[in-house]
Design a protein around this ligand. Structure first.
Ligand code: C2E
Ligand code: MG
Ligand code: MG
Ligand code: MG
Length: 275
């Protein structure tokens, strides 16, 4: 129903809206079925510094038997709307913790693993017990788990969010602010939180070598964050020139296609020998 047409006229879906609607229904059904059968994969993207893999980020992959590959950028918002995100993220979390423990036991690889959790969890309390369960179930020590949340987490109930983050920190888990600078939180809000890391959004990294203002901006983020003793990751680094500049400027970790896209677990182990 469209209000914009004015008066009391009711405009029904036109064909393209109908197609969109049907498309979302198809994705919703397939997503629910995929959650039920546990059909997700997890890929891993390394973060590096000066020839060493310093940590790894777990990223969800959905390759549907009928629909093909659907990116998380597409289905995560749908899962959030459908309330499926809680099951999905619990799977990601448990799977990542178990994988990291396995790398420790079998490869003697001791690096933190980052897991993205939807801001939706932070409106509730059970995220704390969910994280606790994942650690218990996997046997992973909390300092090897990092939780990535976007700034949108602060839109609602910032006091409650701060309390939940505080409780996760007390457990020994690390907290990272993903896509930093995309513009939801105020620096003031961030200052109140016991976070460990920020990841500078790719929009500030892209073409940084060609843009003096971007350099100034990233340098001031770095100064600010380092003043607070935070770890700073540059995300979406694609070229050697970006890499060199960001390292010179003092970024603590680099993540991006320059080193590696997200890869399956076996490929990650091979990468460790190359990077
Ligand atoms: P994110 O956490 O900011 O992850 C970074 C995204 O950028 C990933 O996309 C990654 O593949 C991509 N990327 C990495 N390096 C580069 C680069 O050099 N250039 C470009 N252009 N892109 C790069 P992906 O895997 O499609 O994930 C998209 C988003 O979906 C993630 O953004 C994250 O917010 C969300 N997501 C992924 N897995 C999960 C999950 O298990 N739970 C939740 N709640 N969200 C997830
Ligand atoms: Mg992330
Ligand atoms: Mg990010
Ligand atoms: Mg980003």
């Amino acid at each position: 129903i469209s209000k914009e047409t004015g008066g009391n006229t009711v405009k029904f879906f036109d064909q393209s809206m109908r197609n969109k609607f049907q498309e979302s229904l198809i994705i919703e059904n397939a997503l629910r079925a995929n959650v039920d059968r546990g059909g997700f994969d997890q890929y891993y993207q390394p973060k590096t510094l000066l020839g060493k893999v310093t940590s790894v980020e777990a990223l969800l992959r959905w390759n549907d038997p009928e629909l093909g590959f659907i990116s998380p950028g597409r289905f995560i918002p749908i899962a959030e709307e459908m309330g499926l995100i809680f099951q999905i993220d619990e799977w990601s979390l448990v799977h990542a913790c178990k994988q990291n423990k396995q790398w420790q036991d079998e490869e003697r690889l001791f690096i933190p693993i980052s897991v993205n959790l939807s801001a939706k969890h932070f409106q509730q309390d059970n995220i704390v017990s969910m994280v606790d369960r994942a650690l218990q179930e996997s046997g992973l020590a909390p300092e090897y788990l990092k939780i990535e949340i976007t700034e949108s987490v602060f839109i609602r109930n910032p006091e409650h969010v701060a309390e939940v983050i505080g409780r996760l920190k007390e457990m020994g888990v690390q907290i990272s602010i993903d896509d930093f600078g995309k513009g939801y939180s105020s620096l003031y809000q961030l200052l109140q939180l016991p976070i460990d890391e920020i990841k500078i959004d790719r929009q500030f990294i892209k073409d940084i070598n060609e843009n003096e203002k971007q350099v100034l901006l990233v340098q001031s983020i770095l100064d600010f964050a380092h003043g607070l003793q935070l770890n700073v990751v540059a995300e979406g680094v694609e070229t050697p020139k970006e890499n060199a500049l960001l390292i010179e400027m003092g970024c603590d970790e680099i993540q991006g296609y320059l080193y590696s896209p997200p890869v399956p677990k076996d490929e990650l182990i091979k990468l460790l020998q190359v990077i």
